[in-house]
Design a protein around this ligand. Structure first.
Ligand code: XMP
Length: 537
């Protein structure tokens, strides 16, 4: 049986990160709302309680009964999770004099405590809380303190129950992963057998038993999630899978052709539909960003459904939904951080069942599974690309000519990102390799990776509502600028603009202005998200 850790979500922004850290320990975990513990599930080996935006004294604070968990599973409370357990069982939590935020060092800790095995003196941790524990329940023991926080970590006497007020899941807690390993592996007894290979084996078996000999339809976008989903389904059911790839006319340069070719090489049964005339004529003259999105969404459903209906023996619709999409839709504080971009489902009269084989995976795990399945690296490391495509990167109305200009400029930019190599050392090098970025470490500890692989997402925006004067040869020009965008991120919910090298920007700017007719100026977007977004529309 697949062992699992349950992470009870009290609404912290870092709950997903706890999940990722546990998965990095080759251990399966599920993130569930704080009050949805699966008591009947025999495969649970331990429980983690997350942080929360609330104080234990807030009237809206989440306060589940933990009696049925205590003494049945090892428990680790993080931040609010630690404060809540202390508060619930007779300790004291009070507002901290000032908010405890940022780096701190564990100046005093019990090195023989199993949770802190291997910790070094002054280990750096990350604090982020407004309340603080001022007394722990009778008989519980403090196991680590910082100069400001006496109860930085505690353990209930003779029980497998721990609380830490710092955040072991964040990068700035230097030994945070070790703490989680001590808990998950040593204390909970994880066998660490959750891996891409084991995932593929069990998922292929599940797909076979779910869909049997039925036909399955899958919408492909060229992105990593739907592509990995297709290859996995193909492994399970082969020619019973029919994929549909719609070209709305606003993909990247040559993308429809290149991706169709990749899919065919992977042995997938794909129907390619060129619907660009329909999309572009329906979009003619429309300038409002939301208006454009609505038309594209509506047309996509129409085209996809018309194609799907031709597959009369289809019984299942597969989707490349991944875990973060589903966790976000469970967001318990009721605040929607990111709305779901997936296009609506198929008409009900088709009576299709839903098959979502990647629904437990984080993005980096999807990529690892893709590699394990032998997919080509350029499909796996592909940057995310929005469903409405270049339509949200052309300001104002869309014409074929504007799409052509943007495709040409964007192609130069993206190819240049792929060609430009950077050498990383030390911690930076280890981080990119750990994230699965292709690159080899040399004897001197350096790793060479492309700018493209270092960046979460890049793209070009045509500022077609703006014109500026330029001069080319002896001629005055009056044309459009393009903006280049490149961001670093882990999940697209927050993003920072990438600090691209000046020599790189200089070359790209020259190449675009010299080769793309219609563009006479190049800018670089230096806005972070929030307050900006990644896309311009
Ligand atoms: P924003 O612009 O909201 O984008 O910061 C966050 C991420 O979502 C992508 N994106 C979309 N993806 N349909 C999609 O499939 C859309 O309508 C859409 N809008 C934005 C964006 O490229 C980024 O990765």
């Amino acid at each position: 049986m697949q062992q699992k850790i349950i992470i009870l979500d009290f609404g912290s922004q870092t709950t997903q990160l706890i999940g990722r850290r546990v998965r990095e320990l080759n251990t399966f975990c599920e993130i569930l709302p704080y009050n949805k513990f699966p008591y009947e599930d025999e495969s649970v080996i331990g429980v983690i309680l997350s942080g929360s935006p609330y104080s234990v004294y807030d009237p809206e604070a989440f306060k589940p009964n933990l009696d049925k968990l205590r003494n049945r599973y090892p428990i680790l409370g993080i931040c609010y999770g630690a404060q809540y357990m202390s508060h619930l069982y007779g300790g004291k939590v009070e507002p901290a004099g000032s908010r405890e935020y940022g780096r701190a060092n564990l100046c005093d800790f019990k090195s023989d405590n199993p949770l802190l095995k291997g910790f070094v003196a002054n280990s750096q941790v990350w604090m982020s809380h407004g309340d603080t524990i001022t007394a722990i329940p009778h008989g519980w023991n403090v196991i680590a303190s910082t100069d400001k926080v006496k109860y930085a970590a505690y353990q209930a006497c003779n029980e497998k129950l721990w609380g830490v007020q710092f955040h072991p899941e964040v990068f700035h807690s230097i030994q945070g992963s070790l703490l989680l390993k001590n808990f998950v592996v040593d204390i909970c007894g994880s066998r660490q057998d959750w891996s891409p290979a084991s995932f593929i084996e069990s998922t292929v078996a599940e797909i076979k038993s779910q869909v049997g000999n039925d036909r399955v339809i899958l919408g492909l976008s060229g992105g990593v999630d739907s592509s990995v989903c297709a290859v996995l389904l193909n492994k399970a059911i082969g020619s019973n899978l029919t994929c549909i790839f719609v070209d709305h006319g606003m993909l990247r340069k040559n993308e429809f052709h290149d991706v169709m070719h990749d899919y065919e090489c992977l042995g997938l049964n794909v129907v390619g539909v060129d619907a660009s005339d329909k999309f572009l004529s329906d979009l003619a003259g429309v300038t409002d960003p939301e208006g454009k999105r609505k038309i594209i969404g509506r047309d996509f459903v129409e085209v996809f459904n018309a194609e799907a209906k031709k597959i009369t023996d289809a019984r299942w619709l597969a989707q490349g939904t991944i875990y973060p999409d589903r966790i976000e839709s469970l967001n318990i504080t009721g605040k929607v951080i990111k709305s779901h971009h997936n296009v609506g489902g198929l008409p009900e009269e088709m009576h299709l069942g839903l098959c979502e084989p990647l629904k437990w995976l984080f993005k980096d795990e999807v990529r690892r599974v893709g590699r394990q399945l032998g997919m080509p690296e350029h499909l796996i490391t592909r940057h995310p690309f929005p469903g409405p495509g270049l339509a949200v990167r052309i300001l104002g109305d869309i014409t074929r000519e504007k799409v052509r200009i943007l495709q040409d400029a964007d192609d130069i930019y993206i190819q240049a990102l792929r060609d430009y190599k950077v050498k990383l050392k030390g911690e930076d090098a280890r981080k990119v390799l750990a994230a699965g970025v292709p690159g080899n470490m040399t004897d001197s500890g350096e790793v060479e990776v492309s700018l493209y692989d270092q960046i979460w997402q890049a793209g070009t925006i045509l500022l077609s509502t703006v014109r500026s004067v330029g001069v080319m040869g002896d001629e005055r020009t009056y044309e459009h600028p393009v903006a280049l965008r490149a961001v670093t991120s882990t999940d697209a919910m927050t993003a920072d603009w990438a600090h691209l090298p000046y020599d790189f920007m200089a070359k790209v700017s020259n190449d675009i202005i010299n080769h793309v007719k219609g563009v006479n100026r190049v800018c670089y977007d230096i806005s972070s998200k929030p307050p900006s977004t990644i896309e311009w529309e």
